[in-house]
Design a protein around this ligand. Structure first.
Ligand code: MLT
Ligand code: ZN
Length: 469
């Protein structure tokens, strides 16, 4: 059968509302930060698990490749079809329903295309908390979050998205549906297969529904914005924060002074929380059911006495809370506006994070003096988002040399270049340097077992047929 006839079959299966072609596909073919562009034969927009099942059955029969996509807020090109692999994008946008929310079981069931913010709001409505949270909350979908095992600002307290998943419904590459939509807290009946799909980037199956964990909603949430006079002593502050705030510590984020100024310059509605200017700032959020202000004040007093903070402000209202976290949310977009950059989503052991950052700065400078290096993010999880801007005029070889040198620094700390954004296509070959051959082999075998035809998300995550040395 010709490709045109095959695509016509897919169109008639989906019906007139179920697909996009031509220019209408444009928003599905480039990522949030425009770091990856692709092409597609069609964008499928199914509206139900049965349709996805039939679509996969048909694609398996016709040998058509499929790239699943949620809110398209991914940062590694995992949901962008590669021009080298003619594919159909499977957009989950129409499958966006929140199906049930259960305050007794502390669980929410949603379709994979359900927007994260919808779940946050529904959880708040029953006095519960849905933990996964990051800047793209208004666009990112639950299926995308699960597929990349996304992180965000609440990981320190609640864990990654993986920790929030109780059950999944998945359509396998041959079209069969696995109903694993359970909300059990305990089940020791062998391999826990949902974990293969979490962080699987749609290479093993299409997640269509999920049961996610909810948490008690803290009645008090308050954030301290502090100026850090000596970055090399930041982890002393982290230890004090954990000692004093204990389980109420829910976020510990690093903001460079330069990106803080950029955020204020970019968004005129933002207010400067403190006048003291410093190269680094921290956002420390506490949440709990007793008044946490006294504990945050104790933290500030201790930190000030020990020279760990030179100034700080405690948010005194929801508007001030919002102001602080909007400053944080603005940083990634602000970085993109600075020009052509190299970007890492690095994690290292938490106690090594500052020596690691110093090492990155020194390495970048030794390769090209005067290189601008920025680091922000989830310092309390040992996860830094690094942006390096080589000098204007640096050629592709210069970018590549910088990239591999910094990758090597990350690995020298036994760290990961994929902390919370996944592998996607941007890290597809780079990840080979991070994992031992035996691990890559196990991953490739799992992929082949689930998808022997190789129709799901080709060129992402792991090569199903790695070349032997
Ligand atoms: C963040 O923490 O803001 C995100 O992971 C986005 C980014 O790294 O650019
Ligand atoms: Zn992040």
């Amino acid at each position: 059968m010709s490709l045109i006839a095959a695509i016509d079959d897919v169109k008639s299966l989906l019906g007139p509302r179920g697909w996009l072609a031509g220019e209408d596909m444009a928003p599905h073919l480039t990522d949030f930060f425009r770091r990856t562009d692709g092409t597609a034969m069609l964008v499928a927009r199914p509206d139900g698990v049965e349709e996805i099942s039939e679509l996969l059955r048909l694609c398996a029969r016709l040998g058509l490749k499929i790239v699943p996509q949620g809110g398209n807020t991914g940062l590694c090109g995992g949901a962008i079809p590669r021009a080298e692999e003619p594919s159909i994008v499977l957009s989950m946008k129409r499958m966006n329903r929140l199906l049930s929310i259960d305050p007794v079981c502390y669980a929410v069931t949603a379709e994979a295309g359900c927007i994260m913010q919808t779940i946050h709001e529904a959880a708040a409505g029953v006095n519960r908390l849905f933990a996964p949270d990051w800047g793209a909350r208004g666009t990112a979908t639950v299926g995308g979050a699960i597929s990349t095992n996304a992180g965000g600002i609440n990981v320190l307290r609640y864990g990654n998205t993986r920790e929030q998943v109780l059950g999944l419904e998945v359509v396998l590459p041959d079209g069969r549906v696995w109903d694993g939509l359970r909300s059990l807290r305990k089940d020791s009946s062998g391999y826990d297969l949902k974990h293969l799909f979490i962080g699987g980037e749609g290479t093993l199956g299409i997640i269509t529904k999920a049961v996610m964990r909810l948490h008690p909603r803290p009645s008090h949430v308050q954030t301290l914005f502090g100026a850090v006079p000596d970055l090399d002593r930041l982890m002393e502050l982290f230890v004090e924060a954990r000692n004093i705030l204990a389980e109420s510590l829910s976020a510990f984020e690093l903001i460079p002074g330069s990106t803080f100024e950029m955020a204020l310059a970019q968004n005129a509605t933002l207010r400067r929380p403190i006048e003291t200017k410093q190269d680094w700032y921290v956002l420390i959020r506490a949440s709990g059911n007793a008044d946490i202000t006294a504990r945050l004040e104790e933290l500030f007093a201790t930190a000030f006495d020990q020279g760990l903070l030179s100034d700080a402000a405690l948010a005194q209202s929801a508007a001030q809370e919002d102001n602080l976290w909007t400053i944080r949310d603005e940083i990634p977009a602000g970085m993109v506006l600075q020009g052509k950059m190299l970007k890492w989503d690095a994690s290292v052991p938490i106690d090594r994070i500052i020596p690691f950052l110093r090492d990155v700065e020194a390495t970048a400078d030794s390769i090209q003096s005067g290189t601008a290096t920025y680091a922000f993010g989830h310092i309390g999880d040992g996860n830094l988002h690094l942006s390096i801007f080589p000098r204007p005029g640096t050629d592709a070889a210069g970018f590549a040399a910088m990239e591999s040198a910094i990758d090597r620094v990350i690995w020298s700390y036994r760290g990961s270049i994929c902390a919370e954004h996944g592998v996607g296509q941007l890290n597809y070959t780079r990840i080979l340097g991070q994992k031992p051959a035996i691990e890559l082999e196990m991953m490739a075998k799992i992929r082949k077992l689930f998808d022997p035809q190789g129709i799901l998300n080709p060129g992402k995550l792991v090569d199903p047929a790695p070349k032997q040395d």
